[in-house]
Design a protein around this ligand. Structure first.
Ligand SMILES: [Zn+2]
Length: 340
């Protein structure tokens, strides 16, 4: 089969479109023909080099396709079914996995991170990862859903325990997590304040349901959020930007508020005054992907049309270098999807 492979870490030039051996499914696995693989910022981090990534390596976390073949032990899936893949790897037998907390498993990783991903034509995966999709959902849309919607759903429900009517600040409305978080928060009738970097993205954020949008290049996020809330502050901040926004995000919180973060795109080192944390009784929560149960929950909302994937553009897999360059420019609003 053809695959986009990296043999060394570095810029987009390390991506090679080449022939690799076809994978063979084990008796407990399913062979998938990949029809679409959506990109995430994670692809860029892995390409540049992350600990735990063994070379050569195939990137790509968000996969949709068709079942080609099922292993002998599998009785509930059949060739020809249209499916998406849970974008994660876990052992499925440790005490965290059997308790339904797969993202706390010691083996937990994202597909395309410490294990090979879907920037290729065929993939063999455990049956637990394979989730049938409705006819109404195209492969490109289906591939655009799993990682970011699961991440945002776990942040807001599993970690921050959102309640109806709360006020939620979502950073980076044009990011995958931002697009998902705005929509999920609106399902809870939250007042959503989003941030975006230009007029086009601000308009798109409003279309998604954001009640207020702050231009994060021209306005101070913390000050604006306090102004919008009549000085009260917000209940929850959805963070993934990191160093560039952290202090503004903390300033935006009301006393007793919760900041939940799943990323550090602009840098991982932050500092703040501990007195601000304890005196205002803030909660700072880390969040990583989500559980299989949460994935099934959020997919039901996608399959019924209550949540929508937003696709920016597609690239043929053989043009993966151009796709990486495009993602690095951050001009997109929505997912960039590779087509094998
Ligand atoms: Zn486990």
């Amino acid at each position: 089969m053809k695959a986009a492979v990296i043999h060394e870490f570095g810029g987009p030039e390390v991506l090679r479109y080449e022939d690799v051996p076809d994978p063979r499914p084990r008796k407990d696995q399913v062979l998938i023909r990949v029809r679409a693989c959506a990109m995430n910022h994670l692809d860029l981090w892995v390409r540049k080099g992350l600990p735990g990534v063994k070379l050569p390596h195939i990137l790509g976390s968000d996969i949709a396709g068709e079942i080609v073949e099922v292993g002998e032990y599998i009785t509930d899936l059949r060739p020809g079914q249209r499916v998406l893949l849970a974008p994660m790897h876990f052992c499925n037998h440790c005490e965290q996995c059997v308790a339904g907390r797969q993202n706390l498993c010691r083996e937990f990783t994202v597909l395309g991170n410490a294990v090979d991903g879907g920037d290729c034509e065929l993939m063999a995966v455990p049956a637990v990862n394979v989730i049938p999709i409705p006819e109404s959902l195209g492969f490109v849309e289906a591939a655009s859903v799993p990682l970011v919607f699961l991440t945002a759903f776990h942040m807001l429900t599993g970690r921050a325990a959102i309640r109806p009517g709360q006020t939620v600040l979502v950073l980076g409305a044009n990011s995958g997590v931002g697009i998902a978080a705005i929509q999920i928060a609106k399902l809870f009738n939250a007042t959503v304040i989003a941030t975006a970097g230009d007029d086009h993205k601000i308009a798109k954020a409003r279309e998604l349901g954001a009640d207020f949008v702050i231009n994060h290049y021209q306005q101070k996020i913390g000050d604006e959020a306090r102004k919008i809330t009549g000085k009260a502050g917000v209940d929850i901040v959805v963070e993934h930007v990191g160093a560039a926004t952290w202090n503004e995000s903390m300033k935006a919180l009301k006393p007793g508020g919760t900041l939940v973060t799943c990323g550090a795109t602009s840098g991982p080192e932050v500092s703040f005054d501990l007195r601000f944390l304890f005196a205002r009784q803030l909660a700072l929560l880390g969040s990583y992907m989500g559980t299989m149960g949460e994935l099934h929950d959020v997919l039901k909302l996608v399959f019924s049309g209550k949540l929508k994937a937003i696709v920016d553009t597609t690239f043929p897999l053989k043009e993966i270098r151009a796709a990486h360059e495009y993602l690095e420019q951050s001009k997109m609003f929505g997912k960039v999807v590779l087509i094998p």
